[in-house]
Write a protein that binds this ligand. Structure first.
Ligand code: FES
Ligand code: FES
Length: 168
């Protein structure tokens, strides 16, 4: 039995006829050819498949595509148009990646993290990345990148970051 699912992916409306057992990540990678979203574990542990669904970071390997019916999906390819997103720039500037396999998922989670908490402490960043695993970097530069992106966003808003010591 096949089923039709309607999604808006990176601003484009798509209607796909799929096996209802198809995972959202399979639709994204195999049917829409958006291969920036990675599969590291397929068991909701590594975060490599993180995308935004209706504005929230989700693990696309843990959701059936039919459960996303009508949803707005943003993948790493849709995070920015033209220039890199400031979070991507911060990852580049801080050397926050090595092999890059975890990076799209890390970036999608990090964007959500600073949207929820615009001035995170280092501890809050580490806690926020709990669902994303990196086998290469040791996380130091990923944390630095997220801090830098948060500070950049704060100065663009004209609000300076409060010193971390004052908040802990
Ligand atoms: Fe989805 Fe690892 S592939 S969490
Ligand atoms: Fe290699 Fe994170 S950079 S897994």
């Amino acid at each position: 039995m096949q089923q039709t699912v309607n999604l808006t992916v990176n601003g484009k409306t798509v209607a796909l006829t799929i096996d209802p057992r198809t995972l959202l990540v399979q639709v994204i990678r195999e049917q829409l050819a958006l291969t920036g979203t990675h599969v590291g574990c397929d068991t909701a542990q590594c975060g490599a498949c993180t995308v935004h669904m209706n504005g929230r970071a989700v693990k696309a390997c843990s959701i059936l595509a039919v459960q996303a019916e009508g949803a707005q999906i943003t993948t790493i390819e849709g995070l920015s148009t033209g220039a890199l997103d400031p979070m991507q720039e911060a990852f580049r500037d801080c050397h926050a990646l090595q092999c890059g396999f975890c990076t799209p998922g890390m970036v999608m989670s990090a964007v959500q993290l600073i949207s929820d908490n615009p001035n995170p402490t280092e501890a809050e960043i580490r806690e926020g990345l709990d669902g994303n695993i990196c086998r290469c970097t040791g996380y130091q530069n990923i944390v630095r990148a997220i801090k830098q992106a948060a500070e950049g966003a704060a100065s663009a808003r004209g609000t300076s970051s409060q010193p971390e010591a004052a908040r802990t």
